[in-house]
Design a binder for this molecule. Structure first.
Ligand code: E4P
Length: 217
């Protein structure tokens, strides 16, 4: 399973890029707003840190506008992945960009039928939003399972990018459901490593090792 970081904060990307866990970055207009920075500058800076896929989202809602914005975004760096909404215009733009060999990420996917259309449009990634479905008392993880089944039935190569991840359980459940990628906020990435028994066990080992008086070096 690939791990993308869901952020427009440079410090977070700089922190995770050298760990070897980071396979990509996703941004969206709300994350850009939160950063308080210019979008083109942020995406350029992220692409200087990593050559993994970096999703940059169009703001236009119409087909022509999306393609014009995609032209600007894809010139930033070869690893920019054009993020498009799962609307008719977004799907149409996706088909066109796919024919041009441009990588795409179809965002705001909330149903299996939308995901089916995304695959038929040839997208590189589909982003089902788990957390936002859970927020309204629906089952985000069931959507990941349904998309996995449908894509496997037909051999679609679009990668399932589990998005709107809120908890460590979302990450492991998405992995169990067969998601290809999870895009994870930095705060949740941090939580993945921690286990109280690891901390307790290590404390015991450190104490016992010290009492042996030995040194490996
Ligand atoms: C995905 O690409 C989105 O940026 C993100 O996962 C949305 O998450 P949210 O629902 O927590 O805003």
């Amino acid at each position: 399973m690939k791990f993308f970081i869901d952020t427009a904060e440079i410090a977070e990307i700089e922190k995770w890029a050298p760990t070897g866990f980071l396979d990509g970055v996703t941004t969206n207009p709300s994350l850009i707003k939160k950063s308080g920075r210019d979008m083109i500058e942020v995406i350029t800076q992220i692409c200087e840190i990593t050559d993994t896929p970096v999703s940059a989202e169009v703001a236009a809602l119409d087909y022509e506008g999306m393609l014009k914005e995609a032209e600007v975004l894809k010139k930033i760096a070869p690893n920019v992945c054009i993020k498009l909404p799962t609307t008719m215009a977004g799907l149409h733009a996706c088909s066109t960009l796919t024919k041009q060999g441009v990588n795409t990420n179809l965002t705001l996917c909330f149903s299996a039928n939308q995901a089916l259309l995304v695959a038929k449009a040839g997208a590189t990634y589909v982003s089902p939003f788990i957390g936002r479905l859970d927020d309204i008392n629906l089952d985000g993880m069931q959507l990941i399972e349904d998309i996995r089944t449908i894509y496997d039935n037909y051999g679609f190569e679009t990668q399932i990018l589990a998005a709107s991840i809120r908890t460590p359980n979302h990450v492991s459940d998405a992995a169990l459901a067969g998601a290809d990628v999870a895009t994870i906020p930095a705060s949740t990435l941090e939580k993945l490593v921690h286990h109280p028994l690891t901390d307790k066990g290590l404390e015991g080992f450190v104490k016992d090792w010290a009492s042996t008086g030995q040194s490996i070096l």
